[in-house]
Design a protein. Structure first.
Length: 298
């Protein structure tokens, strides 16, 4: 597919996205996350009042039944959450090239880009601003926050150009993240969650009053470890290799993997960072429903 082509979202996923909302969060003491209380009037959620039509108002906001009774134009105003700026932070380091044996043509980076496309659609349907930041061995690539269909095109262009390579850059290289993401902005981090530098960045952002969520993207192979024969396991970022029999390694791997996941979740929770796991053999919106669906903690 050409680099300018949009990232495709399956029709069933796109339909289910309509039930989700990107909501900012704020800490409520030490227990739980609450919705941002600020509200404004607009074409949003709950009906608030009628007012006289003014030039520039959208025709879809006119109450035509009231016009038929009164012969005057009135606009329905609704209460909605204040507009927010949503950022997507993509880990595009070498480990993002990971794929499942059952689906070798689909990488973790493909999953991250498709998930980003879903988040962009959510921001668009709310009329919110959104931007994207990608991190890999080349440093930081970003699309500054903006809104509307043209902004979506800019994001999709970046996504089509991304390549999984290198490791997390030094702290000073990450300066654009601090400069662009402001206090109160919502940031959703996509990646495997295994890089210490990435976790430290999220902790610092959360401590700086950014609204941080981590969506950990894992392969089915990482979850299930289905290997039964002799294999060479290689860390794509460090080059470290391990030779071993998959069947003999499986029990120890699954135990260690579970412990690492538990430790990561506890660490993020301590910083007030919401966390969800998405697997590459699941629908794109499965983890998004955990974070942004009705009744979610986000």
């Amino acid at each position: 597919m050409p680099p300018h082509a949009p990232i495709a979202i399956p029709a069933d996923v796109r339909s289910r996205l309509k039930a989700l909302r990107l909501l900012p969060r704020r800490a409520r003491g030490a227990h739980g996350i609450g919705q941002h209380a600020s509200r404004s009037r607009g074409a949003g959620l709950e009906f608030a009042q009628y007012r006289a039509y003014e030039p520039g108002d959208e025709l879809r906001q006119i109450d035509w039944k009231l016009y038929a009774r009164s012969d005057r134009f009135f606009v329905r105003e609704s209460e909605r959450e204040s507009p927010i700026t949503t950022w997507v932070l993509i880990d595009a380091t070498a480990s993002a090239a990971q794929h499942d044996r059952a689906r070798p043509q689909w990488s973790r980076l493909d999953q991250a880009c498709a998930t980003t496309a879903c988040l962009v659609e959510l921001a668009l349907q709310q009329g919110d601003r959104f931007g994207v930041i990608a991190v890999n061995g080349d440093g930081v690539q970003l699309v500054p926050a903006g809104s509307g269909p043209r902004q979506r095109d800019r994001v999709h262009l970046l996504l089509r150009q991304l390549q999984a390579q290198g490791s997390w850059p030094a702290v000073d290289v990450l300066r654009p993240v601090w400069e662009r993401v402001q206090a109160g902005d919502l940031l959703v981090a996509l990646g495997d969650g295994f890089d210490e530098a990435g976790t430290v960045l999220l902790e610092r952002l959360a401590a700086g009053r950014r609204e941080v969520l981590q969506l950990q993207l894992l392969s089915a192979d990482e979850r299930d470890f289905p290997f039964t024969d002799g294999h060479r396991f290689r860390d794509p970022e460090t080059g470290v290799e391990l030779l071993g029999d998959g069947r003999a390694l499986r029990a120890d791997y699954l135990a260690r993997f579970g412990q690492a996941q538990h430790a990561l979740q506890a660490r993020l929770h301590a910083s007030g960072i919401a966390h969800a796991v998405g697997y590459m053999d699941q629908p794109l919106d499965a983890p998004l429903r955990l974070l942004f669906g009705p009744g979610s903690g986000a």
